[in-house]
Ligand binder design. Structure first.
Ligand code: ZN
Length: 186
């Protein structure tokens, strides 16, 4: 695994990913974080840094339910850590008939087949940019023309949470993060 910023991977990497670095120290918002060990914390706990990606259906569904372990993105990112998987308002209609998507159990009647909503939480564990040089080993879901954002610990939500998406890696509102966390904690 590559650590672009040179920082060692450690128990705190979820809370302080590379993109969290600032030129000035951030004020401590939660005194409890410095008093308690971080290694038992869930990535999506309130106050932890979380990002989101908007993905067209049926690909978002395939991540949430179908075991799709990569998100094909036009650019790499240095961010590693918790990400919300948001189903964007646009649908890749052609893909709904692809054998891969069908094999992943695509079902338009499933609540997580919706659009305009967060449908899962995951961890962005790595980004592969090697596809242009040949087979990179990211598997059948990986698009040769894309950067492969590798996702682990995917947790589909029990029901979607309506939200507006954005392009690229975006910062979800605290209330959205809290809603996801509450759903996954019960
Ligand atoms: Zn790859």
């Amino acid at each position: 695994m590559t650590i672009p910023n040179g920082l060692p991977a450690g128990p705190g990497r979820h809370a302080y990913p590379a993109s969290a670095r600032r030129h000035a120290p951030a004020p401590a918002r939660s005194p409890a974080r410095t008093a308690a060990p971080d290694d038992a914390a869930r990535p999506a706990e309130p106050g932890a840094r979380v990002r989101a990606i908007s993905v067209q259906q049926p690909w978002a569904f395939a991540i949430a339910r179908g075991g799709k372990p990569v998100s094909n993105q036009p650019a790499p990112t240095a961010y590693r850590g918790p990400v919300l998987v948001h189903a964007s308002m646009r649908v890749d209609l052609k893909a709904c008939d692809s054998p891969l998507v069908r094999a992943a159990g695509w079902d338009p009647r499933d609540p997580l087949a919706t659009i305009g909503a967060v449908i899962a939480a995951a961890e962005l564990t790595d980004v592969c940019s090697a596809a242009a040089h040949g087979d990179c080993g990211c598997g059948p879901w990986a698009d040769p023309g894309a950067h492969h954002w590798r996702l682990g610990d995917v947790r589909p939500l029990p029901r979607p949470i309506v939200a507006l998406g954005r392009l690229g890696l975006w910062e979800p509102a605290p209330h959205l993060v809290a809603a996801v966390h509450a759903m996954l904690s019960v």
